[in-house]
Every structure is written in C-alpha cells, then in structure tokens.
Write a new protein. Sequence first.
Length: 329
Amino acid sequence: MMLKAVKPRTLAIVAATLTVVGILAIVALWKIYGGGVGLKGFPAGSTETVAYSGRFPAQGDVALKGPMGIVYAGGRIYVAESKAGRIAVFRPSGVRLDDITVPPLEGATTCYPIDIAVVGNTTLAVVDTAGRRVVVVSTRAKPGHAVSLTVGSRDKTTAPVQPNAVACGDGELFVADGDDHTIKVYRAVNGTYLRTIGASLKPALTYVGGMCLDNGRLYVSDSNAGRVVVLDSQTGAVKEVFPDRLSLPRGIAVGGTGDILLADTFAQTVYVDGVDGISRARITASTSAELPLTSPRDVAWVDSAGRAYITDAQTGVIDVFNVRARSGR
C-alpha cells in the first residue's frame, strides 16, 4: 500500500507547532527551575552588620508552596515545601536543581514536611506532621523511594507522638515531641531511642519551633512561651534562657559568625544573637524596605558566603542577607 504524500505546508505547520510546544515547555521548566538570582554583597565601604543580598525564586517565577524548614549541606540549600509534600533543592545562588518527594505515611493522603536537619552528606531528617513522624531521607533517592528510616519505629513506646522539630549532632537525632513536651534523643544511624531530656523544665516546653546544636548545647526555640532555652545536650540541664521576650520564635541556627540566628514570625524579624542571647543585629522590614519579611519561619547559614537564608512562608520565597562576622573572627 502506498503512503499518501504529506504536503510541505502541513509539514511546516507540524514543525512550527512542535517548536512552540518545545519553547513553552522550556519556559515552564525555567519558571520552576530558574537560573538563580544575582545575589549582592555588602555595599562598598559599608560597616553594617547585616545587608540585603537578594531573594529567590525571582519575581515572576513560581513561588514555593509553604516554605518552612531550611538547611544547608554539601553545597546545596534544602527547603521543606510543606504544602507540596517535598524538599526543594537549590544552589546557594538560587538555581533550583531538584525535588525530593517524601512519600506519605501508608494510609495517609499527604506528607507535610515542616522541619529539616542534616544527618550526613547525603541524608536529611524530615519532620512530617501529617504522618506524625520523623523520617530520614536520601538526597540521592529516586522518587517514591526517599524514606530510608523512620525514627523510633523499633519501639512504639518511645517513638515521638507529635514531632515538631528536629536537630542532629554527634551522631544523635533530637526530636521535640509536642505530646509530652519533651525532647527525645535517638541514634542517628538507626533511629534507636537513647534518652529523653527537658521533662523537668519549669515552665514546661510549649511548642518547639526549632532547635540547633553547638558545642554540646541544644538551643530550643519555645514558640508559644516566647523564649529560647539552652540545654545541655546530654543531661538536659538548663544552661541559659535568652533574656529577650520574643513574640513567636521559630527556626534557629548556628551561624559561622559566632552567633545564633533566630526567626521570630510574629515580629517579622530575624535576630542575630550572641550565644548568650544578647542581640547585636536584627533583620527586619527596614533592612530591605522594598522586600520586607512577612512570615519568617526558619534560617540556614552558609559560612562560605557569609549569608543567612530565610524562608518566608507567606510570600513563598527565600530571603538572603549578608551577615558580617564579629570583629576578631
């Protein structure tokens, strides 16, 4: 049977259509996995402690869906997109590289990641409030096979019931449990329960919005109490309580500047505090009047760049600020 000849005009139309479809696909991918933004350093001659650097995704690109927790590891920025059930992966320049989809708990309809901690070079601990669990995921996993470990799954009596926040250090995972207002500690390699700290705190912990570890000290952001409590990571003994009365402290991180970075959601502020809780600088709306913080939730520190990366849940962006190290460092 002879094939009917295709007219040149028809071929031209098909080719043009395919070209347009290809261009639209490229544009769509660019809007999601864009080319980053031009982050700025301190202005010439500046002596400021903090200065605006930039934000991503860029204006006009697809915003993040409920960005909450954020960490930096291995040259990558990892962001918990709570409303998308995934971890978005960026270069520090704002280039979007990939997504890590966290499969929902069996029987659940969705995953809702709110906090992240770095476990190893290729693993992260993720708090999934929809599944009431903390899972360890591989940053190199194929879609649908991200979860390699559920923390505390070996013994239901010591598993976290209502995990709110997670931190990792010295081979241990610290999980804030809103059910009994304690912090449960597990072995990072296999999720085995080790001990509970914070049970004897008076007043008791309310809602832990974030935690970080530094030199055996666990910094706990106690959101509903408007305070930061510093505990001995082994014994749970109180080492310090930050003196400032905060509005709704959430994410907290150790900065290479010799400071603690603390996001206060209601105050629309990120504090640059010393390890004693005394503030030396604040990132507020006036730091970048044209692009103010609206709902800061967490902060990550990139030491090589001297920058703080802040998730803004309301606008769906990452705001980036330069932070100058203390003199003598």
